[in-house]
Design a protein around this ligand. Structure first.
Ligand SMILES: NC(=O)c1ccc[n+]([C@@H]2O[C@H](COP(=O)([O-])OP(=O)(O)OC[C@H]3O[C@@H](n4cnc5c(N)ncnc54)[C@H](O)[C@@H]3O)[C@@H](O)[C@H]2O)c1
Length: 367
């Protein structure tokens, strides 16, 4: 490997800055342990702080810089105290999602030993699944930021759900390939279509395309669940699920529910992937209530860093990067198993720096 891969790094606001620095330190340590070159970082200033200082939400040319990198890593964007004149918050990251067509929202949900488990059933220790949330259309197609709702004076507002064949086909192929990859890594290898096909034509269409695409992947087990039943199953028997695909709004809701089962926001990693661009970030925000206090749990961001390495492995055809991703996952696992990772978020005694140092220490010793 000679040429360094280039990462667009947007630290953003609040704890976004701390968890990004933690992630890049862990990623570098994992690459070093495997004798791989460090990534090149191109820093881009964006967010509420940048807006407050300059009147713009991202530095000039920042979007192009981000789009031309091999991957984008983002901390968190937004501060409730900094707003546009219409009251909405500063959110250039939502524009990036739209501009680069980041349709595949990947949200892993995994139980770690000694991390909070919200279900009493001992099988909850086996929770290891991924919510695949379509992230460019669905009900969010008429999200306020796009200004597509039908507003009839002060009497009626209609938002609508858009499901298109090109995006849905790509999404389902992505999900089947993800299930295959997970099966190769010893996971269940099952793909569940979550919809409301019994009621909505758009949702029956979503399922019809799932059925068409599944013929290409006879090795993957499939099943279906209506979204309301899925909410029940995520509380009753989440350990029976592997990869679940759904439209945008359903994914928005169920990924929070699923994240809650295994701790909280500080464990919720996230990848947003399109045809040419991948953006990686923790699912949480800038947490202004704890910023600047070394209290943030950096693990969601660190695990998102591992997702980024896995993505780069495929994009750059460098399988050693997938080994680095796996190393980070195993370091986090080992740290929890030995009760050496005790984030303050879960009532522990370790702040951002201490958690980061422990993950780096685990990287050096994990088998
Ligand atoms: N993708 C993003 O950048 C993103 C996502 C959500 C919210 N936001 C923005 O972040 C700001 C704050 O939003 P919010 O308070 O609704 O959500 P938040 O996720 O920032 O915080 C919610 C709660 O979870 C806690 N929390 C979040 N991440 C944590 C971590 N890593 N470790 C420990 N505790 C953690 C916070 O302290 C807070 O109590 C807002 O400006 C919002 O617009 C940005």
């Amino acid at each position: 490997m000679s040429e360094k891969l280039n990462i667009a790094v947007i630290k953003g606001d609040g704890i976004g800055i701390d968890v990004t620095e933690a992630t890049m330190a862990v990623v570098t340590a994992a690459l070093t342990r495997l004798g791989l070159p460090a990534l090149h970082e191109t820093h881009i200033s964006a967010g509420a702080g940048h807006f407050r200082d300059t009147g713009c939400d991202i530095q000039k040319g920042g979007e192009e810089l981000a789009g031309s990198a091999d991957a984008i890593f983002l901390g968190a964007i937004g501060l409730p105290s900094v707003r546009h004149a219409d009251g909405t918050e500063i959110s250039p990251h939502l524009r990036l999602r739209d501009q680069f067509g980041l349709y595949a929202g990947v949200r892993p949900v995994k139980a770690y030993p000694n991390a909070p488990q919200r279900l009493a059933d001992p099988r909850a220790a086996k929770i290891d699944m991924v919510i695949l949330r379509e992230s460019t259309e669905g009900l969010f197609y008429s999200a306020a930021v796009h200004d597509r709702s039908i507003v009839k004076g002060d009497d009626e507002v209609q938002d609508f759900m858009r499901i298109t064949r090109p995006t849905t086909e790509k999404l389902h192929h992505f999900g089947f390939k993800l299930a295959q990859k997970r099966r190769e890594r010893g996971k269940m290898g099952k793909f569940t279509c979550v919809d409301k096909a019994n009621v909505f034509k758009s949702q029956a269409f979503f399922r019809k395309i799932f059925d068409e695409v599944k013929t290409d992947y006879p090795d993957i087990k499939t099943d279906y669940n209506y979204v309301d039943a899925m909410a029940l199953c995520l509380v009753r028997n989440p350990w029976d699920y592997d990869v679940m695909v759904m439209e945008n709004m359903f994914g928005d809701i169920l990924s929070d529910l699923a994240g809650g089962l295994v701790g909280g926001m500080g464990m919720a990693s996230c990848a947003e992937i399109g045809d040419d661009v991948g953006l990686f970030q923790a699912a949480h925000g800038s947490a202004p209530d704890i910023m600047g206090q070394d209290k943030a749990n950096p693990l969601a961001a660190i695990l998102s860093g591992a997702l980024m390495l896995d993505y780069l492995a495929e994009r750059a055809d460098q399988s050693a990067l997938a080994d680095a991703a796996d190393l980070i996952d195993r370091a986090v696992d080992a740290g929890f198993a030995a009760n050496r990772l005790r984030p303050m978020e879960f009532g522990g005694d370790m702040g951002t720096k201490a958690v980061t140092e422990e993950v780096i220490a685990q990287l050096a010793v994990v088998k």
